[in-house]
Design a protein around this ligand. Sequence first.
Ligand code: FAD
Ligand code: PYC
Length: 416
Amino acid sequence: MEKYSLWSLAKHALTGHRNWPPAWRTVRPKNRYDVVIIGGGGQGLATAYYLAKQHGITNVAVMEKGWIGSGNSGRNTTAVRSNYFYPESTNFFEHSLKLYEGLTRELNYNIQLSQHGILTLAHSPHQMDLLRRWSNSIQLQRIDAEMMDIGQICDYMPALDTSRRARYPILGGFVQRRAGTARHDAVVWGYARAADSLGVDIAQNCEVTGIRVVGNRVRGVETRDGFIEADKVAITVAGHSSVVAGMAGLKLPITSVPLQAMVSEPVKPVLTGILLSPLVHAYVSQSDRGEILVGGRTDSYPSYGQRGALPATEDVLSALLNLFPSFSRLKLMRQWAGIVDISPDSSPILGKTPMTGLYVSAGWGTGGFKAIPAGGDTLAYTIAHDRQHPLIEPFGLERFVTGRFVDEGAAAGVNH
Ligand code: FAD
Ligand code: PYC
């Protein structure tokens, strides 16, 4: 792996980047691997990286039907935080946030982590009580969270309409200051480059069309270029989890719906951190380029169209203007969507399946970007030992039989 010193950066800039080496190899997949990972998003690439780095398992292929990061990992709004409600979730997401805090160094790739906080608003006394309960629960788990009164909110985010005239006046909120954003492409490319340098094969434009199962044991995957034998197969395909799991005869309790995001023209810095209003239903931040980035509710019906429908776009924009009336003068530049896979309790489905050698990372819904380091780390452990990592024991498929849900709908950030 090339080390990027100031000198090498200057040399590449002066030569028009013509001799810049590719960050990962272009491979033709082999006939056999120890582990095949289906899906080259952040979760799949991180799993491959930790398999090689932590467990010495390097005969691994990541099979991606398009280009890496072309799914939700390259379409999300990049929020990273660990302010969930139940200890099962906060333990897992705090592990992820800590891994994010060291990731630039770990991967030798600048993931542009920016910890300017996430502020969640309350617009009624009842919501204030809920936020106090939520932030107390997080503090009891020794994770940072603090309540803010209206004066503190004015100082933190002056562009926000904090007047009593607002359509939904703001009463207060709570902030997690270590939360923030990380550059999504960089997270994907950083894991890809590091996994490749440890010997992992990354095969792009290589769709998996079937999973071969004999008896109750996985034997490998079918692709357009033929069969690839594998002892273990992991499904990390976000919006297509039910489709791909169905290839092995596995039924997942997942609904797939589009989730949109959009950006304005760039403006000078006006926002610090991320703002979330569960009532008007929008979350807002400002990208490094200066665009106002906004998202909100999912579309109302299941679909595999990666575009999103107009009613949700209108709702999100109207929510944005409730919070920031001055943004009505901005031009909207781009809108896009990804397909998110939502589980009944809004928590991930992670780890072993009833089939020997088949593992799954699904049900991330609207929140799996922040979970990429911990999802990869814990799934790699689970694959290597064929034993659920302790942090993801609560997130196994069997909870839909036992009824031990981890209901994080209220903390998921945006509604499902
Ligand atoms: P993906 O990145 O979707 O990767 C799956 C890959 O599998 C894709 O590249 C796809 O092409 C590939 N694939 C599918 N089928 C096959 C096949 N048959 N063969 C081979 N490859 C296949 N999360 C947060 O934490 N914070 C946020 O702020 C946030 N905002 C979001 C905003 C939007 C608009 C969206 C859509 C999502 C958001 N999320 C957010 C959710 C987050 O993006 C996802 O949970 C996360 O990226 C999932 O990662 P993944 O690697 O599992 O999936
Ligand atoms: O999970 O924090 C989140 C999130 C914010 C916007 C979409 N998802």
